[in-house]
Unconditional design. Structure first.
Length: 132
């Protein structure tokens, strides 16, 4: 299982580019200072948002996610004493994914504070509701 964020999704090839810096592999936890990037094979993956199944096309750039794989290719790999960067080099490409759990947008997508114009438009809308 890996926690990270999604850079892009190709719905035609059913692949996803995934960035992560936290990984649990064979019950061993790995953390990296720099993010690792892996292309994920999404052909059999179940995509869930708030415990509901959603289509692959609903994944958006910047979504935070946890990706889980039960693939034999990972089961056969032994988690030696190597760091996460070395371990990821041995992953199949594309890496098979079985489950993707989506969360709200990642902090990589910086949210802009509301502008004064938007605040004024919002208050105008609220005022018009009071008069109805």
């Amino acid at each position: 299982a890996a926690d990270g964020w999604i850079e892009n999704v190709d719905t035609l090839k059913k692949q996803m580019t995934f960035h992560f810096s936290h990984l649990i592999f064979h019950d061993k936890e790995y953390n990296a200072k720099e993010e690792q990037v892996v292309v994920m094979d999404m052909k059999i993956a179940a995509v869930k948002r708030d415990s509901m199944d959603v289509p692959l096309a609903s994944i958006q750039k910047g979504d935070s996610a946890t990706v889980v794989s039960y693939a034999e290719a990972f089961k056969k790999m032994e988690p030696g004493n190597e760091n996460m960067k070395e371990l990821v080099k041995h992953f199949p490409s594309p890496a098979p994914a079985d489950e993707v759990y989506l969360r709200h947008k990642n902090i990589h997508e910086k949210q802009q504070p509301p502008t004064k114009e938007k605040q004024e438009n919002g208050s105008k809308y609220q005022n018009s509701l009071r008069f109805l």
